[in-house]
Design a protein around this ligand. Structure first.
Ligand SMILES: [Zn+2]
Length: 381
């Protein structure tokens, strides 16, 4: 059994579910011990909120070299129902390791420790000062402040897929629409006005608009998976209405989740949604109040020299052309992009069932990320 698969089995066997901060100190302790055993420097830091994180460095790193942060996390989302095996009793089969967290994100922790360890054994000439961050509280968003305080020259987020070189993430605008009707006994519908019917019309309108955006509003960047070019997307994600089986509802609320591409400005997008829905409501005699709840802009790394170097590294080790992509969802890169260029690449593939049941990772991808990290730390930036 390889060093990496053995260590991955140990990490996945510890249930680090985010909901109860389960075994956070146990796994942080284990990671520190394992890193030290591999000849690395490792320390546990506990942030004010009580979450332990592990910082791992190489003893022979040039201290004046560029500081490259590798970002990973040890916490996992809860297993959920319907697994075909025990989620925290990991095992190897054929070319995979199975278990909750096997891919997201324990595989990337292990690949990086493996890379650091080999760099020591092989006396690899280090050209940068690499720092592996193994965070807790990532899945809950609790570690945002910790990530925002990180200092360095380049951040490599090892918490995404390996289908493309990802250099950014989509933005998100959330809008609530409150439809007002008139409450009445449902046996006397002529006395009321059904807010759900008004909301339903707006839901259909949003559905069609979303389809059109997905077809026509495209970024110059690729999407990591599924789409060719990254499109804008829009969905109704929540609908709340009705208080009793025999009452015509007076109110119905829908929430719209709109994902933006880097070419869009979230304030413009929010304004457009508000204007168009208000217009639609007016035309259809619907009393609707449209309210923008939150806006987060898309972002991407603009340092072309850094991007080109990473593209080169990946094309060298994979032998394939690498497309530049922007993530469909969000990543922790959002918290560091204000300070340094962010590059995103990791072990996860579309079929790995991350956050789903029967999660697994391919050995091949562990090896790939190990190679990727070794190449980075021996490249001058
Ligand atoms: Zn993750």
């Amino acid at each position: 059994m390889s060093y990496e698969s053995n260590l991955l089995l140990k990490l996945v066997a510890i249930n680090t579910s985010m909901d109860k901060r389960k075994n956070y100190f146990k796994i942080a302790g284990l990671i520190v011990r394992e890193a030290k055993k591999a000849g690395l420097l490792a320390e546990k830091v506990v942030t004010q909120d009580g979450i332990p994180h592990v910082i791992i460095t190489l003893p022979n790193a040039p201290k004046n070299g560029k500081k490259i942060i590798f970002l990973t996390h040890y916490d996992v989302v809860p297993a959920g129902e319907g697994w075909e095996f025990e989620p925290f009793n990991p095992f190897m089969m054929e070319d995979k390791v199975f278990g909750r967290g096997a891919a997201d994100d324990k595989s990337n922790i292990v690949a990086t420790i493996g890379a650091f360890k080999e760099a020591l054994i092989e006396r690899l000439q280090l050209k940068v000062n690499p720092v592996l961050i193994v965070a807790g509280g990532e899945e809950t968003g609790e570690s945002e402040e910790f990530f925002r305080k990180l200092e360095g020259d380049i951040c490599v987020v090892l918490d995404v897929g390996c289908e493309a070189l990802s250099i950014g993430a989509s933005g998100v605008v959330r809008v609530s629409v409150n439809v007002k009707g008139k409450q009445a006994h449902s046996a006397y519908p002529f006395k009321g006005q059904n807010a759900i019917y008004g909301a339903a019309k707006i839901v259909s309108f949003v559905e069609e608009w979303g389809k059109e955006l997905e077809r026509n509003k495209l970024s110059r960047f690729s999407a990591p998976t599924h789409y060719d070019k990254l499109p804008a997307r829009m969905n109704v994600t929540i609908i709340k209405g009705g208080i009793a089986e025999n009452i015509i509802p007076e109110e119905c609320e829908i929430i719209i989740d709109r994902r933006t591409i880097p070419e869009e400005n979230v304030d413009d997008v929010a304004r457009e949604i508000k204007t168009k829905i208000e217009q639609f409501a007016k035309e259809h005699g619907i009393n609707a109040d449209v309210c923008v709840k939150s806006c987060e802009d898309a972002w991407y790394t603009t340092d072309e020299e850094v991007v080109a170097k990473f593209k080169n590294i990946l094309e060298r080790i994979t032998g394939k052309q690498m497309k530049l992509a922007v993530e469909l969802g969000g990543t922790d890169g959002a918290f560091v992009i204000g300070k340094m260029p962010v590059i995103q690449y990791g072990t996860m593939r579309e079929d790995n069932n991350i956050h789903g049941k029967n999660e697994f990772v391919y050995f091949e991808d562990l090896e790939l990320i190990k190679k990727f990290v070794k190449e980075i730390i021996s490249t001058p930036f």
